[in-house]
Design a protein. Structure first.
Lengths: 573, 634
């Protein structure tokens, strides 16, 4: 915000000029009316009329500049804040997004931000104008008649008292309204994105009633705010009106007593009206300020969340993804989500250029292990190493640039297929050829050929127009595209039919030879050719070795193998 | 990225306005109250300048102090009345706005719950969310500050004009002489602001869409190190938004001072012309002062109204979008199908004639045995399903299913296999009437599903999808969903039956453990187990598994298959699978290929036929086959 000091300084100069010019108007009026009371020639009146217009013209000019500068600066700040907000979100880790709903973060980035913007721009502009007019106006009023000024200002303490009191209440209530709006967004998002389940299980009435509850609560909270606003806003007008009443009543007595002229009374009245308008607006401005503060607090909650996974421990041992050879070592890796132990004392070496398969039951910690490798969650220090370097010492960009990850449920973006495949690619010179190459390995080529615009076909939000298998294959191509040193396939072909999987695996084998590969799969046929197989159970490695060793060992893997063979024999019989 | 929904219509549309006003109808009592309060308030606001005139012209020259006290009393009464009326107005209007907003949100969400899946295919969730949240909020402003305050402003204007003419029509004409200028300035402002407002809205929509997508896909962004480039893209959109806003500031910055300048010109004219008349005594000084005061008050409502113009325009755009959504017809309803069984060239409406409409479900509801604690009506026992010459396409000219016919006998277990895109999932979507067939028909127990009540139809099925959708709430809540009739005991039994209890018991609070958004803390396999438990808890007549076991490890899959044997007992089952092992024990297997049903029979029959199924089978097991000798020795 500091970089807008200059803009605000200029803006305030204009505020001062605007106020000064505006306050000069009634002064002219005072002379004009007093002269009229005494009887003057029309030329003098013409002069006064001209002066009023001239003052308005000058005032308007300043007003124009003021608005452009201050409101413009608020737009600049909004722009900066939004960028910063986005940049900060980018630094937060997976665990944060698991804890916070998208709808909630969205409402902070949109409606809260706009409340903050209103606070910085219009609210600041109006309160500066108001404050200044107030001070100068009172000085001028005192110069006309000090006693009357005193009476006119009787309501003032009440005004500031009620502004203070109501302001705090409005602030609290508005905060609660915003929270509820976020809740409504979150419920909507959930019910709409699960439309198939909702329909299949006839949840429509339940979902509607769930929404109704949130909606009713929203109205209830708003009602609380309206109660306050209903009293607050008219009471400003009332208090200022009392001031006007006192001026008219006592002022005219002063005129009768000969201590004041009619012109002075009119000017005095004009000043008071000039003050009353900003005072009424003051209620509105406090409202803006309170809302702005409430929203700013909600944004700060995000800004003040320190990124859990950073380059803080990074050293320059490995400064480039190309330097990585891909030897992975796990040393006594233990990891828990809160109180739930997920990985327990895992140690393993994955030599560069080899293929390691991980087999294990649902929930045995396979995916977590892969997440730790890419530091989507942070491994404890001294537990995960690449080429002998603790991955916490490798800059995130370098580490992730070396890992091509294909998750179980790939997330695709609402762009073209080519853009999705090239999502992580650097440099865009001969992209298309490389996209097609990667797509061919992932066996996406025949699908693309069938799409209306080939690789330039836009897939819907989250790849809505693609089948599960097509999504997974797009994700495989996307991972290959960054030419990773370490390729991670996390059950990446579960939705791909067997025939296509065979094709992909055979095409991949050429690619895998040059890389360290980690394959998570439930199919023995997929993992059997791996250089080493790790069997995970309850977060521990219970067996390790090659396919043949493990089968000979007669443990969990052999049992699994046996089961799959039995099925097959059963089928063949 | 297209944002066609952001293209704004005209600023004021009488048709839309009329429709919006219908939302006021249920609250017409309140509306009348608010309107009277506004009118009363406007009238009282007119008093102070006139009281000033009386003081200056009558009581000051005569020095009548008690008269001054009288005027002061009237002034006080006016103020108090004005306070009361303003309070009444604020309270009534804002509550009104809240009620209307509530009604509208409920209407939108209820309609969304009925709209066809085709609609969801075309409209991203982010866009629909905007309808429910932002668009309705904009409309609220229309009701609370927009329409009604414009009404109040208009009334103030007319009131001031009336008083001026009544006090001195000559001077009133002088004051009004600036009105054409005002009209010109306002016109200029409106046309420019409309355009820039439109641009701003377009950019804000883009910001929202982009944010939404990137937040949801943040892990992918991290993995592929897109932070810097995404930031640059966002920065560009954000910048465009700012620039559009800054352009619109210009119009405001010109408009307000211009109106004030015109106002000053009016005051100057009054002073100059009126001053002349005061000198030659054809006007009192008090009247001149009152004129000046009225003139100062005259321009505030005009500025107010222009300010409201934005609100109005935004509301028009929002209401147009909301109404468009509400007007989207629901094609798949419980009403008897438009297309009767006698058209579309179906060979012979065999057992289901046009006379046996819906299943007479109420008669047997609840009395049927085998319903586990569920309070919803359904017939008992397995159902018979038949596809008769079914044809369907998502996009015109690209058929997904072509002339598909098959029967599933009650209690039969049928597997459906085929390559990706063969049309397997579409069969399920059609069966649940997520979409309607375009040719042929689907019957259950001989009744065309288009003639059945939708709820009754869908209550027949227990669906387990490939992508498991979990709701925020607890594990138990995700199994029973909204059906409170399903007891804790039934939930626990269902979980145990699919062996989900193993991992659930390990969670800190067991079944009562909260589920994060979309089940982010659960593994895919765990989510699938939950969705199995969910299907079981509903005790359906037909169980549908859509590639449901594809992400479960072999061990879990075996456990589930074990459980499914029990579960499938007494039900009709349709299972879609890539893994042939999942379905080879089925009574019958349907082989889909390129939208057509190509083979059908038992595993053995199909293998013997040496067709597509045989080829799929060979591919799946060829690598494992070479291992056989090793195991036979073990």
């Amino acid at each position: 915000m500091l970089k807008y000091r200059r803009a605000f300084a200029t803006g305030f100069l204009c505020v001062i000029a605007t106020a000064a010019v505006a306050l000069a108007g009634p002064w002219v009026l005072k002379y004009a009316i007093d002269d009229l009371g005494r009887g003057v020639d029309s030329a003098t009146i013409g002069f006064y009329a001209g002066a009023i217009v001239a003052l308005a013209a000058v005032g308007g000019l300043f007003r124009f500049v003021m608005r452009r500068i201050i409101v413009g600066a608020s737009r600049d700040i909004e722009y900066d804040l939004r960028n910063d907000f986005f940049a900060h979100l980018q630094r937060l880790d997976l665990a944060y997004f698991q804890r916070h709903r998208t709808g909630d973060l969205m409402s902070r980035a949109t409606s809260d931000l706009s409340a903050v913007r209103m606070m910085i721009g219009p609210a600041v502009m109006y309160s500066a104008t108001t404050g200044l007019m107030f001070v100068v106006g009172i000085i001028l009023m005192v110069s006309i008649n000090p006693r009357l000024t005193l009476f006119a200002l009787v309501p003032l303490p009440f005004v500031s008292l009620s502004v203070g009191y109501f302001g705090a209440v409005i602030h609290r209530r508005f905060e609660r309204i915003q929270e509820q709006l976020a809740e409504i967004s979150a419920i909507t998002q959930e019910t709409l994105s699960g439309v198939r389940v909702v329909r299949a299980y006839r949840q429509e009435p339940f979902e509607i009633s769930r929404f109704r509850l949130a909606n009713e609560e929203y109205v209830r909270r708003n009602r609380g705010l309206i109660q306050v606003l209903g009293i607050y806003q008219p009471s400003m007008g009332y208090l200022m009106g009392i001031g006007a009443l006192l001026v008219l009543w006592l002022g005219s007595r002063e005129v009768v007593a000969g201590r004041m002229t009619v012109g002075e009374l009119v000017a005095f009245n004009s000043y008071l009206m000039m003050l009353s308008w900003p005072m009424i607006a003051f209620g509105w401005v406090t409202n803006l300020l309170q809302r702005g503060m409430a929203s700013w607090k909600r944004m700060l909650e995000v800004f003040d969340t320190p990124p859990a996974i950073t380059d803080a421990d990074a050293t320059d041992e490995i400064g480039d993804a190309a330097q990585i050879r891909g030897r992975i070592e796990l040393r006594h890796l233990t990891f828990a989500y809160g109180d739930t132990l997920v990985l327990d004392d895992i140690s393993a070496v994955l030599p560069a250029g080899t293929t390691t398969a991980i087999v294990g039951a649902t929930g045995s910690g396979k995916s977590t292990l892969l997440h730790l490798l890419a530091r989507l969650h942070n491994p404890p220090p001294g537990t995960v190493f690449i080429d002998g370097v603790d991955i916490r010492h490798i800059p995130l960009a370098v580490l992730r640039g070396a890992i091509g990850m294909v998750p179980q449920e790939p997330f695709l973006f609402g762009a073209t297929i080519a853009e999705n495949v090239a999502f992580g690619a650097r440099g865009d010179s001969d992209n298309r050829a490389r996209v097609e190459e990667a797509a061919a390995i992932a066996r996406l080529d025949k699908d693309a050929a069938g799409f209306p615009k080939g690789y330039d076909t836009v897939i819907g939000e989250r790849g809505i127009t693609l089948s599960g298998g097509q999504k997974q294959r797009t994700a495989i191509a996307r991972a290959l595209m960054i030419d990773p040193r370490v390729l991670v396939l996390d059950d990446a072909m579960s939705a791909v039919d067997t025939y296509t999987e065979e094709e992909i695996l055979s095409r991949l084998s050429a690619v895998m030879r040059q890389r360290t590969t980690i394959i998570v799969s439930h199919r023995i046929s997929t993992v059997r050719s791996a250089d080493q197989i790790l069997v995970l159970a309850d977060g521990r490695i219970v067996e390790r070795g090659t396919h043949d060793q493990l089968v000979a060992r007669g443990g969990a893997y052999a049992a699994l193998h046996q089961k799959q063979l039995l099925e097959e024999e059963l089928a063949a019989s | 990225m297209t944002h066609d929904d952001e293209v704004l219509g005209k600023a004021y549309d009488a048709r839309l306005m009329r429709r919006l006003l219908t939302y006021l109808y249920p609250y017409r009592g309140r509306v009348t109250l608010a309107a009277s309060a506004i009118v009363g308030h406007s009238i009282l606001e007119l008093a102070p300048p006139y009281l000033t005139k009386v003081v200056i012209d009558t009581y000051i020259p005569s020095g009548d102090l008690s008269g001054l006290g009288f005027i002061a009393t009237i002034f006080l009464l006016t103020l108090s009345g004005s306070f009361a009326l303003e309070y009444l107005q604020t309270w009534t209007l804002q509550i009104l706005g809240q009620r209307i907003m509530f009604d509208m949100r409920m209407q939108v969400i209820s309609h969304l719950q009925r709209l066809d899946l085709r609609f969801y295919d075309r409209n991203p969730v982010g866009r629909l969310m905007t309808r429910v949240t932002t668009d309705v909020d904009v409309l609220n402003e229309l009701f609370t500050s927009g329409v009604v305050s414009v009404f109040g402003d208009l009334f103030t204007l007319v009131g001031i004009m009336g008083v001026l003419i009544w006090m001195d029509w000559r001077l009133a004409l002088v004051a009004f002489s600036v009105l054409p200028l005002i009209a010109l300035i306002t016109q200029w402002f409106r046309s420019n602001v409309r355009e820039s407002y439109r641009t701003v809205r377009t950019w804000i929509a883009r910001i929202n869409a982009y944010l939404q997508e990137r937040i949801t896909g943040m892990t992918t962004v991290h993995l592929f190190r897109r932070e810097a480039r995404d930031y640059a893209t966002f920065d560009e959109i954000d910048r465009q938004h700012r620039d559009a806003n800054v352009r619109s500031i210009f119009f405001y910055a010109v408009f307000y001072p211009a109106i004030e300048l015109v106002s000053a010109v009016a005051v100057a004219l009054i002073l100059w012309v009126g001053g002349g008349w005061v000198i030659n005594n054809s006007l009192t000084l008090g009247s001149l002062v009152a004129f000046v005061m009225y003139a100062q008050r005259f321009f505030r409502p005009i500025m107010d109204m222009s300010e409201k113009f934005n609100v109005l325009q935004g509301a028009m755009a929002s209401s147009e979008r909301i109404f468009a959504l509400l007007d989207t017809p629901v094609e798949i309803t419980s009403e008897p199908a438009k297309a009767g069984p006698h058209d579309r060239g179906i060979p012979e409406p065999a057992e289901a004639g046009p006379h046996d409409r819906a299943i007479p479900q109420p008669a047997k509801a609840g009395t049927s045995p085998g319903v586990v604690g569920a309070g919803f009506s359904r017939l008992s026992g397995p159902a018979a399903i038949a596809f008769e010459h079914v044809t369907f396409s998502y996009v015109e000219g690209e058929p997904v299913l072509r002339d598909v016919s098959f029967r599933v006998e009650p209690g039969q277990r049928v597997g459906i296999v085929g390559a990706t895109g063969a049309g397997k999932t579409t069969i399920v979507s059609l069966l649940l009437r997520f979409y309607d067939v375009q040719g042929g028909r689907i019957t259950i127990d001989g009744v065309d599903i288009r003639e059945m009540d939708l709820t009754t139809l869908r209550a027949l099925f227990g669906l387990v999808l490939q992508d498991v959708h979990l709701f925020s709430g607890t594990i138990a809540g995700n199994i029973r969903l909204g059906h409170e009739a399903i007891s804790d005991e039934s939930v626990r039994r269902a979980a145990a039956a699919v062996h989900a209890d193993v991992f659930i018991d390990r969670l800190p609070q067991g079944l009562a453990t909260p589920v994060a958004e979309r089940g982010a803390t659960l593994s895919v396999g765990q989510k699938q187990l939950l969705s199995f438990a969910r299907a079981l808890a509903f005790d359906p007549r037909v169980l549908i598994l859509d590639e449901a076991t594809s992400s479960v490890d072999t061990e879990t899959e075996l456990l589930i298959r074990d459980a499914l044997k029990v579960v499938m007992d007494g039900r009709t089952t349709m299972a879609i699978a890539h893994r042939l092992s999942t379905i080879q024990g089925m009574d019958r297997i349907l082989v889909m290929h390129k939208g057509q049903l190509r083979e059908s029979g038992t595993h053995q029959e199909l293998l013997a036929a040496r067709g597509i199924y045989h080829r799929l089978y060979q591919l799946q097991f060829q690598s494992a086959a070479s291992e056989k000798p090793a195991t036979s020795t073990a």
